[in-house]
Structure formats: C-alpha cells, structure tokens
Design a protein around this ligand. Structure first.
Ligand SMILES: O=C(O)[C@H]1O[C@H](OP(=O)(O)OP(=O)(O)OC[C@H]2O[C@@H](n3ccc(=O)[nH]c3=O)[C@H](O)[C@@H]2O)[C@H](O)[C@@H](O)[C@@H]1O
Length: 375
C-alpha cells in the first residue's frame, strides 16, 4: 500500500514537472518566435533606412560633383609641369584655364593678397592641378619645366598700399623664382609691365625704348620693382644660362577683375551700373590702350614657347583717352551717371600705346578682341 502511494505521488510529481516543462518550452518558443519577428522587422526597417540614405547620398554627390572643363589628353612627352605664380589672380587664373585645357599639369602658387581661390576653384579636384598657398618672397622647392612668374599686385591702389611689400615681391620674389628656374633647368617668363616705360616720351612704346621713370615717386615701388626684375632675368640668363622670356604687359581687362580692383575699367563699369559719378582723375586727356585678357593669355603662351629671349610688348594698340573711355562705358551701360573730374594722380603716365610688331613677327600674335565686344 505504501508503495502504491509512493508510485502515485511520483507519478503526480513527474506529471506536474512534465506539464511545467511543456508549458515553459511553449512559452520560450513563442517568445523566440516573437523576437525573431521583431529582429526581422528591425532588419527590414534598417535596410529600408540604409537604402534611403544611400539614395540621398548619391543625389548629394551628383549635385556636389564638380564638373571640370574638358581637358585635352597630352602624352607624357608633350605634357609639361608648369608653375604659375599669382595663378589665382585675374590674369593668372585665365592663363591657368588655358594651360589646363591644353592638357598640362599646373601648380599654382599664390599668397591671396589680390588672388582669389574662387578664380581657380573649378580645378581644385582635378588630378592635373595643385594649389599652394605660398608667398614668392620665400624660396620654393619643386620640380617644373616652365614658370610663368606673375605674382605681384598690378593695380596702382593695390601696389601702393604696401610699397615695401611690392618691392620685395618684384625683387626677392623674382630672385627666388630665377633661383628655382636655374636649379631645375626650367624656362621662366616674367610678367613685366608697360609701367617700366614710366611716363613715356616716345609714342607708341617700342621695346627698345628705355623709359622715363621717377625712381622716388609713388609708382616707383612697382615700376622700379619690375625694372629690376627684368634686370635680374638678364643677369641670370648671362651668368647662369637661365632660359628667360619677358612680357611687357599693357592695360588689360576682363572677367574676374576684382570689384575693388581700383583700375579704370572696373571703376567706371561699377560706377555706371550704380548710377554713381564716373570719376576721371585729371583732365581725362591721358590715353590708354586696353586689351582683353584672353588676347593677353594667348600672347603669354606664344612668347613662352617662342625663341625670343628679349622683352616683348603684349597689348592692344587701340588707344583711347580716358574721357572717351568714360563716354563709351556710359553709353554701353545706359546710365544716368555724370562724368566728374578728380585731381590727377601723381606721375600718371600721359600716353600709353604698345608697338606690337615684335610679337607679331616673332610668334604671329596680335590681339583679336575689339574693345566694345570685350566690354
Ligand atoms: O590695367 C593694366 O593692365 C595696368 O594698370 C595699371 O596702370 P594704369 O594705366 O595706371 O591703370 P589704371 O589705374 O586703370 O589707370 C588708367 C588711367 O585711368 C585713370 N583713372 C583710373 C581710375 C579712375 O577711377 N579714374 C581714372 O581716371 C588713371 O588716372 C589713369 O590715367 C598698372 O599699373 C599696370 O601695371 C597694368 O599693366
């Protein structure tokens, strides 16, 4: 009897345990099923979100993708490594555009005093392009085949702003670039200026004219700076055999001129657009000959690749008085601006017109953009 009770008790105990085990297992299985469902759900949502993010990223990438202008492919032997100092400036950036499109590798050096990163931003991610924030008054150690040495403020208010710095840029800067040209056996083109003729007593100005410069006047930091830069080019050529080219650049205008450039073209256009007085400094009978920047760039590249080692004028001989020029701009803009006269600036050259026969005979260059079209 006692055994019978034991067996019954054990049976009830084991049965109960089995029942608890079955219920627990079913519970566990149901929780697991529920969890799997949840994990699947989370995974699905996650996947949707990731693919949504991917789509948005692709759309942003598409939007942000910088479209470089098309560049020509040049084989290794023809592709040059070219340094342009002042390459983020007004003239420099147009030169960079042209050389990049031709298929060369460009290194731009600029201290951004008057240059702007935005002038070359369309090249920043291009494999043939490199931008270096550097001041040419410090030496530079790179490997290049050609150097276009343009670095120097060119607008009178800019170069007079810090005359000592202007002198250092033209003298020490040019010395450094000639040193680099000598070390790596590169050809160097100096961007010189019509200002080396000063207030000329010969007209038009031919390259053989020695000029008429006030060595202690307010413009001297630029005029004499560029004159000594030319002198250094020929000293390096004679003593060290450096291959030099010297371009004497006359008045130039075009896109990317700084709004506060201070030169006559941008001043008059801005004044006319805002119906402000058009300010002629002095009597307005002084003359200038204006060339479009694309013409200048063609001239610089033509000279660099020519065999002419002596200085060459690059300018447009289409000469106008400043008064005529004010009227041309006033009429083109159709403004109500009045033409007013301010005192003349000191040592302002009274006549300027390039003789460009040498460039034409030497490498077939002449400007093609008429003034009204360029404006
Ligand atoms: O445009 C250039 O490429 C040249 O400009 C300047 O030479 P500059 O001829 O004195 O340039 P501007 O300041 O544009 O002056 C031209 C004439 O316009 C006059 N001007 C200028 C500005 C103005 O608001 N009103 C005005 O009558 C000046 O007095 C000057 O007679 C630079 O010094 C040169 O290196 C450079 O090559």
């Amino acid at each position: 009897m006692r055994n019978y009770y034991w067996s019954l008790r054990n049976l009830v105990l084991f049965g109960g345990l089995a029942l608890v085990a079955i219920v627990t297992c079913r519970e566990i299985a149901s929780i697991a099923r529920e969890n799997t469902k949840n994990v699947d759900g989370i995974l699905m949502t996650g996947r949707d979100e990731v693919s949504e993010l991917k789509k948005r990223l692709q759309a942003l990438e598409k939007k942000a993708k910088i479209q470089h202008p098309a560049v020509k492919f040049l084989p290794e032997g023809k592709r040059k490594r070219i340094l342009v100092t002042g390459g983020a400036g007004f003239v420099g950036s147009h030169l960079v555009d042209k050389l990049m499109i031709q298929g060369h590798e460009l290194i731009v050096v600029d201290n951004f005093f008057t240059g702007r990163k935005r002038n070359v931003e369309h090249w920043l991610t291009h494999e043939n392009f490199e931008l270096i924030h550097h001041d040419v008054v410090e030496p530079l150690y790179i490997e290049v085949d050609q150097i276009y040495h343009l670095a120097c403020p060119a607008s009178p208010p800019h170069y007079m702003f810090n005359p000592i710095k202007t002198i250092k840029t033209s003298s020490i800067g040019t010395l450094n670039m000639l040193g680099l040209a000598k070390r790596v056996d590169a050809r160097l083109l100096l961007a010189s200026t019509s200002e080396i003729y000063g207030d000329p007593e010969e007209h038009p100005q031919n390259e053989n004219y020695w000029g008429h410069v006030n060595p202690i006047g307010p413009r001297a930091c630029y005029d004499e700076g560029k004159r000594v830069a030319e002198t250094m080019c020929y000293a390096y050529k004679k003593q060290e055999g450096v291959d030099v080219r010297v371009a004497r650049i006359f008045n130039t205008y075009g896109p990317r001129m700084h709004m506060e450039d201070g030169r006559v073209v941008s001043n008059f256009i801005l004044q006319a657009l805002q119906n402000l007085d058009i300010t002629i400094y002095g009597g307005g009978k002084q003359t200038r000959s204006f060339q479009y920047v694309d013409d200048l760039v063609d001239g610089l590249i033509g000279l660099m690749n020519s065999e002419i080692t002596s200085p060459v004028n690059i300018g447009n001989p289409d000469e106008h008085t400043i008064e005529e020029f004010a009227t041309i701009i006033k009429d083109m803009v159709g403004t109500n601006s009045k033409i007013v006269h301010h005192p003349a600036t000191e040592d302002d050259p009274q006549r300027r017109k390039p003789d460009i026969e040498k460039a034409f005979k030497g490498f077939g260059w002449k400007p093609v953009m008429p003034l009204k079209e360029g404006m």
